[in-house]
Ligand binder design. Structure first.
Ligand code: ADP
Ligand code: SR1
Ligand code: MG
Length: 423
């Protein structure tokens, strides 16, 4: 334990200034005058401490430090601060594959579990907050489909040799504690009685109990959990919800990949789509004062549809472009006719679609009856209204989890969401 903490000290707004002054990789971003720095802790995520640093000359960056516990629970739930190392690796790798949509890393200090990165300046805001406010982002589907297609394709065996792939898989196996946290809070706890589960009680008491008593649901979740633990398909972000995306009208930036590891691609795609579905079902709770949110709901559904369809097109384009490269999954000497290649791609995308729907649904369920909820619902002050929104989302998630294999395209999924919304 002592060795693990060697060279570590938790910083605060004051001690961070001294740290910056003695770290050229950081101070070089701030010009000559370091005395007028403003430092503000803004961490509103569940795990870490995040500081925005701005110099009088306008130079800036963000400092993110992991402490050896989960911030939203407290010191009683310890968690390796090595998560910062994996976050920095993933930011750098995903950043090199998709620089337009990932903030640049300026500095990483492993003993301090501290990352210095590009400050995503206002008007960037967390996408989840924009969705709650009812703001449309016309380029969101375009940007997120590019981010997911590029980061997932180029870290998979469709592009890489098994030699490269195994080496990377081995490195990210080190992020085991964060994977175990997901295993527990996404795939296990919502389906059993545990102290930290919560829901909008008493309205959803029966619904939460029904989740714990639904054997079909439990069997489906077991399949997804085993895929999450066993399938090293690509370097996934691992926590790609709408709180991990910062946006403006023309910029989309993915932050916070501390849960990154080699896992199933559908986990990232599902996280993003599932959180958009949660945003959709929360809208009735935000309606009012002359805005019924109906057209906004249509925009969210269109974004879900476009994200998947654009992702699919871009992923297949990358596959076609690199089909005679080093990727070892589908050797050209075997998949040697255009017909067979199309069949292989269709099967791959169909399986991935079903994985994404399943994981997306599991991520929706955990946000309604598990430990960590989402602001989309939490910001609805009237508990009975909130519960109505959550119940529809939960019913949608249960249906998707159990029936996902009957969907062959995203349009019927959208129709099914609309149908549940009208109940
Ligand atoms: P956690 O790991 O605790 O979830 P996040 O990485 O999600 O922390 O960051 C918490 C908050 O800090 C975000 O919601 C966002 O408001 C802010 N933030 C994080 N990174 C940046 C950045 N690069 N630029 C601007 N703000 C950021
Ligand atoms: C205690 S669970 C905290 C959650 O916050 C992170 O963003 C992950 O989603 C994790 O499951
Ligand atoms: Mg976060």
């Amino acid at each position: 334990m002592a060795a693990a903490n060697e060279g570590f000290r938790a910083l605060d707004e004051k001690s961070l200034v001294e740290y910056i002054k003695s770290t050229p990789a950081l101070s070089s971003h701030l010009g000559e005058h370091l005395d007028g720095l403003t430092v503000k802790e803004v961490g509103d995520g569940n795990l870490n401490f995040v500081y925005i640093v701005v110099a009088p000359n306008g130079g800036s960056f963000v400092i993110k430090q992991a402490l050896p516990y989960i911030r939203c629970v407290g010191e009683s739930w310890s968690m390796t601060k090595e998560r910062a190392y994996f976050e920095s690796l993933a930011l750098r790798q995903h950043g090199s594959l998709c620089p337009d949509h990932v903030p640049e890393v300026y500095h990483f200090d492993r003993p301090m579990s501290l990352i210095g990165m590009q400050y995503l300046k206002p008007p960037h805001i967390i996408l989840r907050k924009g969705l709650i406010a009812g703001v449309e982002y016309p380029l969101l589907a375009e940007h997120m489909s590019t981010y997911m297609a590029r980061t997932l394709f180029f870290t998979s065996l469709l592009y890489r040799s098994t030699l490269e792939h195994k080496r990377e898989v081995a490195e990210f196996c080190g992020n085991v504690e964060l994977c175990r946290l997901t295993e527990q809070v996404v795939f296990s706890d919502p389906y059993r009685v545990v102290e930290h589960n919560r829901w909008t009680s008493p309205y959803l008491d029966k619904d939460a109990e029904a989740v714990r008593g639904d054997n079909d649901l439990k069997l489906e979740v077991a399949g997804l959990k085993s895929m999450f633990c066993e399938r090293a398909q690509a370097l996934i972000h691992g926590d790609l919800h709408t709180g991990s995306v910062m946006v403006t009208a023309d910029s989309t930036q993915v932050i916070d990949p501390e849960f990154a590891f080699y896992g199933p691609m559908g986990f990232d795609i599902g996280a993003f789509l599932g959180n958009l579905i949660l945003a959709f079902f929360s809208q009735d709770g935000h309606a009012g004062q002359g805005n019924d949110r109906e057209s906004y709901k249509q925009w969210i559904l269109k974004t879900i549809e476009e994200t998947w369809n654009l992702f699919q097109d871009k992923f297949i384009s990358l596959w076609n472009e690199h089909k005679d490269g080093n990727g070892e999954a589908y050797l050209l000497s075997i998949y040697n006719t255009p017909e067979l290649q199309v069949l292989a791609q269709k099967k791959y995308m169909n399986d991935l679609f079903h994985d994404a729907l399943g994981f997306g649904a599991a991520k929706m369920i955990r946000r309604i009856v598990g430990i960590a909820h989402v602001e989309d619902f939490e910001a609805i002050p009237d508990a009975s209204k909130r519960a109505d929104c959550e119940r529809r989302a939960l019913n949608c998630a249960k249906m998707l989890l159990k029936e996902r294999r009957r969907f062959q395209a995203i349009d019927p999924v959208i129709s099914a969401i609309k149908e549940i919304a009208s109940t």
